[in-house]
Design a protein around this ligand. Structure first.
Ligand SMILES: Nc1ncnc2c1ncn2[C@@H]1O[C@H](COP(=O)(O)OP(=O)(O)OP(=O)(O)O)[C@@H](O)[C@H]1O
Ligand SMILES: [Mg+2]
Length: 256
């Protein structure tokens, strides 16, 4: 039954975005020297969707996120953001176009204060820095309390909140989350996933990389499974959730 689900949903309307996709990735191949991290990867993300990207360690998930964010230059293929090409090696351009990456491992600046970290993420969209900081502290009261504390002294969950708050300072329309649940207690993970769902309700489009496949499939609308640099399965998250995880990760039943 599982095989049927993946194979059939792969090519039906459920995995194809009706309007112009916010993100369209076509035949992306990315190499690090002799290592091919992504091979002919194609995916689409529609406006207001939460799309999951699942897969085991080393599958290429972070490489895919960084390439969509304009960090890496693909060998072949392209990334379109709102129909416009993302230029590899120029992440500031993707950022200006409204995309923000919440990177794996948070990547906050430990020696700087919470507020200094937020200022770094700031990108004026007609609002003042003061308003944006206030909005961040409204959304994340703990960050308000800790605004003058060096970010490196925050707990893991607080650092993840700071990483997301820093991304939101740019008023993004698209957020790529790379393993936001990593190393966090279940209660904190629930809060972060609730926030991602809430941001979707505010109209933000999201891509969610997760090793915790069950959680990601619960939250996302559709998902892609990456294995060794290639998409091995894709479909509606509710359909993929019915498939045994090991089978899903092995790519059994997926169209190639
Ligand atoms: N800077 C780099 N130089 C060389 N190889 C790299 C580099 N970054 C990643 N790789 C390799 O590319 C492949 C994909 O790595 P990537 O970090 O994208 O995987 P991932 O799916 O995010 O893994 P994880 O779940 O562990 O975060 C791996 O084989 C990795 O060793
Ligand atoms: Mg990774």
């Amino acid at each position: 039954m599982g095989e049927q689900l993946v194979t059939s949903s792969f090519s039906t309307a459920s995995t194809v975005v009706a309007d112009q996709p916010v993100i369209a990735v076509t035949s992306l191949t990315v190499r690090y020297g002799a290592v091919t991290a992504l091979r002919e990867v194609s995916l689409e993300v529609g406006r207001g969707e939460i799309v999951g990207v699942l897969g085991p360690n080393g599958a290429g998930k972070s490489t895919l996120m960084r390439t969509i964010a304009g960090v890496h230059k693909p060998v072949t293929g392209q990334v379109l953001l709102e129909g416009r090409p993302v230029v590899g090696g120029a992440p500031e351009k993707a950022a200006r176009a409204g995309l923000r990456l919440v990177p794996e491992g948070r990547r906050i600046f430990g020696p700087l204060t919470v507020e200094e970290n937020l200022r770094i993420g700031s990108m004026s969209r007609g609002s003042t820095l003061k308003d944006d900081l206030e909005a961040a502290y409204d959304r994340f009261p703990i960050l308000g309390e800790r605004r003058s504390q060096s970010a490196g002294t925050l707990s893991g969950g607080e650092q993840q909140q700071l990483a997301i708050a820093r991304a939101l300072m740019a008023h993004p329309t698209v957020i790529l989350y790379d393993e936001p649940s990593l190393g966090l207690a279940p209660r904190i993970v629930d809060q972060i996933f609730e926030l991602i769902a809430h941001l979707r309700d505010e109209g933000v489009t999201s891509v969610l990389v997760e090793q915790n496949a069950r959680l990601a499939l619960d939250l996302s609308d559709r998902a892609y499974v990456l294995g060794s640099g290639s998409i091995t399965a894709s479909g509606k998250s509710s359909d993929l959730a019915k498939i045994d995880l090991a089978q899903l990760y092995l790519g059994k039943g997926a169209q190639r």
